[in-house]
Design a protein. Structure first.
Length: 128
């Protein structure tokens, strides 16, 4: 009986230690955000280069969005909350100006900005 109690206490302590230390032991990096530390550590010259290097999935086409719209859906780019249009807008933004880049999936982008965001949205925040 004493052995069972001792074993229960040991298991309880081990479970508490695993939860308080963060559990999974994996990276807590958010795949939907590129922070300034990652931007500084990249070798890109433009915002497009940084995104292509660090999160290329942001740039991928999401395929045809409807039966009538045959063009593949890609993310809409916003710079400092101003809609800039297509992914090519990222090529005109120098890496030195970048503070943070975020990706919103299609449902979140549509909720925030309205229709025509079938490919999601890339939000770029600059140091300006």
């Amino acid at each position: 009986m004493q052995l069972c109690k001792l074993l229960a206490v040991v298991l309880l302590c081990a479970a508490c230690a695993a939860t308080s230390s963060g559990g999974s032991g994996g990276s807590s990096r958010n795949r939907d955000v590129i922070e300034s530390a990652e931007i500084v550590g990249s070798s890109g010259a433009t915002a497009y280069d940084v995104v292509a290097q660090l999160r290329p999935e942001y740039l991928r086409s999401r395929g045809q969005s409807s039966l009538t719209e045959t063009a593949p859906a890609t993310a809409v780019v916003y710079i400092d909350n101003i809609q800039m249009g297509s992914l090519s807008a990222l090529r005109n933004l120098d890496v030195q100006a970048l503070l943070r880049v975020e990706y919103l999936n299609a449902p979140d982008a549509t909720t925030r900005f309205g229709t025509d965001h079938n490919g999601g949205a890339i939000l770029v925040f600059t140091k300006r």
